[in-house]
Design a protein around this ligand. Sequence first.
Ligand code: FPP
Length: 254
Amino acid sequence: MAISSTIDIPVISEVPKHVAIIMDGNGRWAAKRFLPRTAGHARGVQSVRAAVETCGKMGVRYLTLFAFSSENWRRPADEVSLLMRLFVQALEREVSRLLDQGVRLRVIGDLSAFEPKLQELIVQAQAKTAHNDQLHLTIAANYGGRWDILQAMKKMMLAHPEYGADPGRIDESALSEHLSMSWAPEPDLFIRTGGEQRVSNFLIWQLAYTELFFSDCYWPDFSAEELKNAFEWYRHRERRFGRTSAQLQSHTTS
Ligand code: FPP
């Protein structure tokens, strides 16, 4: 099981092991060019490709992308349907590229709300790439951090009805093993493009000690170079996990 950052200090490497990204600014990228918002999402797919390729080359092991939040259903109907079409197209067209790059694909979120064809394509793409281990690409779709914690809580209570009478037995790991990404380490680096500085209900449990990087760049403009700049910024962070610098030094030398 992955190390909990609130309990122990995970192994820290120069390149983040797990990168989580909120791909924001597609709509504004398009508006700046007098294009419909949907053109920004279509262009954003290119940045997704660049991010996957760069992470693979740089040795990142887990890349998690927030593609559609539980709250995004509130957007105009044509925008929601274009996003669904983009997901379908990406799953149909990109799987062979993912296979070539050794990428394992997973989709997390409440997928029951998606049309059956999309659900089926997700199941197929996950199965086709299941043997890959170089880069674990996770797409969060109809995902919300609070939804994730609640679904984990429900699964935990079903698995352990005895906790109802003795809640003192519930610890972090009892719950976290039921989270959607229980198989992955917590993100080392969170990136949000588009100039906003908030977490927007993304992986809220797992971001407890993640380094937060905010870029003014709109997602369609977020190139491999921009991503490498974020990695360079990360390399200079001192990650203390609630401890002092001196404690950290003795931890790394012991
Ligand atoms: C946020 O920008 C972006 C989204 C809600 C969708 C992200 C989707 C993609 C990048 C394309 C498809 C992805 C995959 C994985 C195939 P926004 O619309 O909120 O931009 P704004 O803040 O400028 O309005």
